[in-house]
Design a protein around this ligand. Structure first.
Ligand SMILES: [Zn+2]
Length: 328
């Protein structure tokens, strides 16, 4: 099976957080968090279309300058989503520089920045290089609750966790996978053609079995195709959780976001023997991270955001989390 998304942490587990998600064919990429981006190549940064920032603590946002440095000389739109206050935060970062060389003849690069507030994505604020990044009129965004990006192939969901301030956790959900069984199609007397695309879309949308489908001149009910000609499987799910206090409300949100994920990237900041520190700093311990992964039934658990206090025993945090994830 080919994966829609290939993901990797941009840094080691003791360094700044950030997840680079390369979408199929390497034509587009997404970033969860903006820690130090030095390990990404210029080509990788150039592919990023959308960035989702959990919160504005420095280790999650410091890479913004590296991103802007590389992108503002290339045409195109770059979307950035973060928690309440994010638009002001981005504008403040930009305001730290002089932009007197920008003008109407500059490259047409624009940032679209929006905030997730009370579970919904607010309007986009455009910041255009040609306008020296002065904010333009807001552009309405119209996405369902909890969704911050909707694409024909996948959606990105977000939920706010409590870290003293809101810290957003994200999940990428691929749409239902609908594959054609060529032999079964032939057995039905049908041939491959452009009609397959709307039929697949109807299946993804959960259309009823009696929906008539024009299968290249011959009309058949959708249910027949669903049953005989198509293989339908759930799409890939990938979740990213960081900077969250361990309490019931956060746990419930994390588990529902990560439910059944193929990959869960989750912070494991302290060993459980230091759970009091975790509670004080509003971070998860490795054991808590593992238990949440187990409850959510994730397939692969990847831990990151380790406290430097464990640098002399670097493997302990992940070991503790993986053990908890196995129920040991
Ligand atoms: Zn952090």
């Amino acid at each position: 099976m080919t994966w829609l998304a290939q993901s990797r942490l941009i840094n080691g587990p003791f360094e700044d957080p950030g997840l680079f998600i390369d979408l199929r064919f390497g034509s587009r990429a997404i970033l969860f968090d903006l820690g130090d981006l030095s390990t990404l190549s210029a080509r990788e940064i150039a592919r990023v279309s959308d960035v989702f920032v959990s919160h504005r603590h420095m280790d999650h946002f410091v890479g913004f300058d590296q991103l802007l440095r590389l992108r503002h000389t290339r045409p195109g739109t770059l979307r950035l989503v973060g928690p309440p206050g994010f638009v002001d935060g981005v504008r403040a970062r930009i305001a730290g520089y002089s932009w007197n060389l920008l003008g109407p003849r500059s490259v047409d690069f624009v940032l679209h920045v929006a905030e997730l507030s009370k579970g919904r994505l607010g309007p986009w604020t455009p910041l255009r290089a040609r306008d020296a990044f002065r904010p333009g009129p807001e552009i309405a965004s119209d996405l369902p609750e909890g969704v911050v990006l909707s694409d024909p192939d996948f959606t990105i969901e977000a939920v706010a966790l409590d870290h003293g301030i809101p810290s957003l956790a994200f999940a990428l959900q691929e749409q239902l996978r609908v594959n054609v069984r060529a032999e079964a199609l032939a057995a039905l007397g049908l041939s491959v053609g452009p009609w397959l695309r709307p039929a697949k879309t109807a299946i993804r949308a959960g259309a009823p079995d009696d929906l008539p489908v024009d299968a290249g001149g011959k009309v058949v009910p959708l249910g027949l195709l669903r049953e005989r000609a198509f293989l339908v499987a759930p799409g890939q799910r990938l979740a990213y959780v960081t900077d969250a206090a361990f309490h019931a409300e956060n746990a419930e949100r994390i588990v529902s976001l990560a439910r059944g994920a193929d990959d869960l990237y989750i912070e494991a900041v302290f060993l459980h023997e230091d759970a009091d520190l975790g509670a004080d700093r509003r971070h998860l311990t490795a054991r808590q991270a593992g238990e949440l992964a187990r409850e959510a039934g994730v397939h692969r658990l990847v831990t990151f955001h380790h406290s430097p206090r464990y640098l002399d025993r670097p493997g302990d945090l992940d070991r503790e989390a993986q053990r908890a994830a196995r129920g040991e």
